[in-house]
Each structure stands twice: as C-alpha cells, then as structure tokens.
Design a protein around this ligand. Sequence first.
Ligand code: PLV
Length: 322
Amino acid sequence: CARAEPFHTITPLLESWALSQVAGMTVFLKYENVQPAGSFKIQGIGHFCQEMAKKGCRHLVCSSGGNAGIAAAYAARKLGIPATIVLPEGTSPQVVRRLQGEGAEVQLTGKVWDEASLKAQELAKRDGWVNVPPFDHPLIWEGHASLVRELKAALGTPPGALVLAVGGGGLLAGVSAGLAEVGWQHVPIIAVETQGAHCFNAAIKAGRLVTLPDITSVAKSLGAKTVAARALACTQELEIISEVVEDVQAVSAVQQFLDDERMLVEPACGAALAVIYSGLLERLQAEGRLSPSLASVVVIVCGGNSVDSGGLQALKAQLGQS
Ligand SMILES: COC[C@H](NCc1c(COP(=O)(O)O)cnc(C)c1O)C(=O)O
C-alpha cells in the first residue's frame, strides 16, 4: 500500500563559508545530494510513484540518465512494487550496481536518454505497468515544489536568487511551481546547463522547443535532447536567467566543491556550482542582469550518483585539467 509520508527527507540548508568567500555574498547550499537515492529526484519521483501506487499500479518502469532511475527503484522498493529501469548503454557500472541493489531489473538500450525513453514507453504498454517520467510530468513538478516550501521554512525571507541545473527541465518546473506557491515569484532563477546538453538555452534562443542533434557534454545526467515544454513556459512567468557553462568549468567546480565542502557530486551538479566558482554570478551583476546588491543566493546541490573519485580523475584528465 502507498505510505502517507513522502520518501524524501528535509535536507540541510547550510551557509557555505567557502562559497560565500568566492561569491562575495552569502551563499546557502540546499544539500539535495544527501537525499535517499542520492539526488533531488526522489522529491518528484517519490511523489509520482506514491500517486501511481494509490491508483493500483503493479509495475513501475523508468527511463533515466541514472538518478531518476535510482529514485524510481528506491520508491518502488518502498512501495513493494517491481521496477524496470531503462538506461543508455554508456551508463556507469556504479549506477547499474545500485539499481540492482535496489532490486530493480535493468535494461541498457540506446546511446542517450531519449532512446531509453522510447523503450520505457513501449514496456509501459503492458497491463498494470506505469512509466515514470524523469522530468516531464505535473506530479514530478508537484513533488519537486516541496523543496521551495523547505527553503521558505528555513529562510523566512526570500534569497536574492536561486541557482539550479537543467537537464529535461523538471527541477526548474518544480521550483517555479514552488516559488509561485510561497509567493516568491520575484526571485530570479539562474538556470544552468553545460555546453552540449543545452536544450533549454537553445529553446529560449529559438523561441520554441529545439531538439539537440546529440548530447556531447560529459554531464550525462543533463542529457535530454529536448527540454520539457513546461520549462520553456516558465520563462513567461518568472525571471529565469539561462546560462551555459563549459564541461571544464563544471568539472572544476566538482573538484573545488569536494575540497571546500568535502562532498563529491556529479558534473551535472558542478554546472550549478560553477555559477559561483567561475565568477558567473558577479558577471551577471556587472551586466545588470542581477541586482548588484544581492544579499544572498541559494544553490541547489542536486547531487547525482554517477561519480566516484576515479571517475573525477578520469574526467579531469579527459578535459586536460591538472
Ligand atoms: C537525462 O537524465 C535526466 C535525469 N537527470 C536529471 C538531473 C538534473 C536535471 O534535472 P531535470 O532538469 O532533468 O529535472 C540535475 N542534476 C542531476 C544530478 C540530475 O540527475 C535522470 O537522471 O534521468
């Protein structure tokens, strides 16, 4: 049976002395990397799966870059429902191992998430099976919105800006819903992608949804070729500043964050942290796109399971970093 309380925990919101020094203002970090299932995903995915269980779902299937799949497998185990997770062939062994550890069946197919998604939709045609969308569904956004309620409870007053990473746009859509719910619509969102996984930025520039030819960024967890329509629609309702960082900046931010806060996160999360570490925040202020007198900024540390110390060293070598 479905449980009443949510599967996610209320994560710490901590002021980071190190990042505040770099930014020249107070930087609060929302540690979604310590959620069960290793990323913020469990907020929206957990909510979706609980709702589906209430409707009698008998088998969950999820296509994912990795983290949504782990969140779906975790929720399925908690709900006592079998799960099948479909991932791109290049998925890291540690993610496959973790999924199997959660008791899920793993299917590897296709080069990128979009191809795994087609296979999951095929499987979901079976009787009693439900496809868990990794980012493009109102229930996912409703679940992620609880993150903003937690920010309001912890901060009281609104931060000067919110920084988050964009893959398919589910986190952005959920945070946007949360901001509207708590009356913080005026808080600007800095929505960050890596070059080569920049489907949201491309859609904004084109004024319509755009499908990238391929995902060439190392931040594979941001690897959706087309952003959710809802995410693009949010740009009409809120102040959303879309920025694209290089893989080198995202990976360098992962290393700096590891040294500063002793936590290891994926390059997808490094993209958000790069807003601070690369000086992008100050550039936005200098360009007048952000108020020069921001009191504070919140960075959503989205986490991610597809990283370990060896993988980080390999990425740094691949990108020519010391
Ligand atoms: C292809 O992958 C989409 C999705 N990852 C999405 C993701 C994001 C971006 O969230 P989104 O914008 O997709 O809601 C940020 N940070 C991390 C650590 C993520 O894993 C997945 O795991 O299936």
